[in-house]
Design a protein around this ligand. Structure first.
Ligand SMILES: [Cu+2]
Length: 69
């Protein structure tokens, strides 16, 4: 398992957190998702053998947010 924290733009409330968490947890290999609209980030624990960071970022974008590099 690996852990990353990504900065995310477009998280504005608990509803945004829940929506993002739901979509990310649908991805095979993502084990745990902890979004924070207050910190503007999401902490993810994932199995690097099953899911890439690219796919994680793509899923965040498809949820309507922006990953800040
Ligand atoms: Cu919201």
């Amino acid at each position: 398992m690996k852990e990353i924290t990504l900065k995310v733009k477009g998280l504005k409330c608990h509803g945004c957190e829940d929506s993002l968490k739901k979509d990310l947890l649908r991805v095979n290999g993502i084990e745990s998702v902890l979004p924070s609209y207050i910190n503007g980030n999401v902490k993810i624990i994932y199995d690097e053998a099953k899911v890439s960071v690219d796919l994680i970022e793509k899923t965040i974008k498809e949820n309507g947010r922006e990953v800040i590099k």
